[in-house]
Design a protein around this ligand. Structure first.
Ligand code: GLC
Length: 429
């Protein structure tokens, strides 16, 4: 079945490219409102340049998006020409030499590197001294909270520590469940997928833990991480401030919709949720604020660095046109639209000072503080997707109460370390 799907996808890709050679193909996914945004961008680009673009649509889940791109790139397909990449894929794509270096295009372009966040370009988009991608938008995990409900329970400030978050959650549940039995204190992404790694990294880092690598070995099974995973688990099973379907179903959109229905006090999500919470038919419109995620007593807040970058396939037969498209996507106008329309954080720095942006998105100021001070990165490794899969499996099993946090972390550590050994012997893993 798998082989059939691979062959079928290849057939589709090859079919598309021979159909219309002059069309540029742009592969992108996301929630419905994001795809609408991208069709608008494409329409405007076509109007401006006369270059036709076909969007190859992908789902919202990052791993599914990665897989469809890997199928195309590893088979050296000409399509897609240009695509968005999650920050975590870039080391794999670069090490596989699937990305066209952009330095030569940047030379004669109005897109100067200094327009972007320096650290992001340096740490994410540079491979062996060459620029292989550019940031379209930057993500970081944040805490959304209902300011009206905090007031109702007599609390003035959002929680600084996890203990405060638990205390406020229990109070709000007491109050709200009389009329709203499905109400929960804190919702977050606990399903078995990449989002779980982001949530785990945040809580672990907020206790001075994290996912560390030393001499090609992962260090996971530490007292700080055990304590953090214990707490994550206790939100569901002991304090019961997070719903029981957290570890089976909760991904970004499930969490966002739950909170938007007015059924939670706190939500962990990415900045994209802001605009949707503030939309006209949203029951929580004007009742939401953001803050850094809470931390352990001796730690500080942590926000996982996410975001999406644009690059050109090494196998594209339309590289010049692809670059024109990148210039358009990263132009001031499109980046401003991206902020105003989707509430995303542009990769370009100058848009943050735009008057219209600041007026419509006053919370950008707080976001900037979070990005500047609390960002933590997932490991930058060509085999990161394999590492992530293993951690997801064990942490999720612990959230499901099948393994203790210590068992989960030590099993994950063992499996990752033997995978790395195999990987180092056989790079095609
Ligand atoms: C968001 C982030 C991305 C992350 C994903 C996890 O899309 O931008 O970096 O991997 O969520 O679900």
């Amino acid at each position: 079945m798998k082989l059939f799907l691979v062959l079928f996808s290849l057939f589709l890709l090859i079919g598309c490219s021979s159909e219309d050679k002059s069309k540029l193909t742009f592969m992108v996914g996301g929630a419905p409102n994001e795809l609408i945004f991208w069709s608008e961008v494409v329409k405007n680009f076509e109007k401006k340049t006369g270059i036709k673009v076909e969007i190859l649509r992908q789902p919202a889940d990052t791993e599914q998006r990665r897989q469809s791109l890997v199928i195309a790139l590893s088979s050296h397909s000409k399509d897609p020409d240009v695509f968005l990449m999650d920050v975590i894929w870039i080391p794999q794509f670069s090490a596989s030499e699937w990305l066209e270096p952009l330095d030569r295009y940047l030379k004669n372009s109005p897109l100067a590197l200094k327009l972007f966040f320096e650290k992001v370009v340096k740490n994410i988009d540079t491979y062996k001294g060459k620029i292989v991608a550019l940031p379209v938008y930057i993500d970081g995990g944040i805490l959304y909270y209902r300011k009206d409900l905090l007031e109702k329970i007599g609390v003035k400030e959002p929680p600084r520590t996890w203990n405060e978050l638990i205390e406020y959650s229990l109070k709000a549940q007491n109050l709200m469940r009389r009329n709203s039995p499905g109400f929960y204190g804190f919702i977050w992404q606990g399903a078995q997928y990449e989002g779980l790694i982001c949530n785990f990294l945040e809580i672990a880092s907020s206790n001075n833990g994290g996912i560390f690598f030393e001499n090609h070995k992962v260090i996971l099974n530490t007292p700080e991480n055990i304590k953090a995973l214990n707490l994550l688990k206790s939100f569901i099973h002991d304090y019961k401030i997070s719903p029981p379907n957290t570890f089976t179903e909760m991904k970004e959109e499930e969490v966002r919709i739950y909170f938007q229905k007015g059924l939670a006090l706190f939500e962990r999500n990415w900045p994209y949720a802001w605009m949707l919470h503030q939309s006209n038919n949203s029951p929580v419109k004007n009742k939401v604020e953001i803050a850094p995620l809470p931390h352990f007593k001796n730690g500080k807040p942590a926000s996982t660095l996410g975001g999406w970058h644009i690059g050109i396939s090494k196998y594209s037969d339309q590289k010049e046109k692809s670059w024109k498209f990148i210039e358009f996507v990263l132009s001031y106008e499109t980046q401003k639209e991206l902020a105003l329309n989707l509430g995303w954080n542009p990769g370009r720095k100058d848009v943050y000072e735009d008057k219209d942006v600041l007026k419509k998105l006053p919370h950008f100021e707080k976001l900037k503080n979070i990005f500047d001070n609390f960002i933590v990165s997932r490991p930058s490794l060509p085999y990161y997707p394999l590492v992530s899969k293993i951690i997801q499996k064990y942490i999720n099993a612990s959230l499901a109460n099948k393994l203790t946090p210590q068992e989960a972390l030590s099993l994950a550590e063992e499996e990752i370390n033997s995978m790395i050994k195999r990987y180092r012997n056989d790079k095609t893993l």
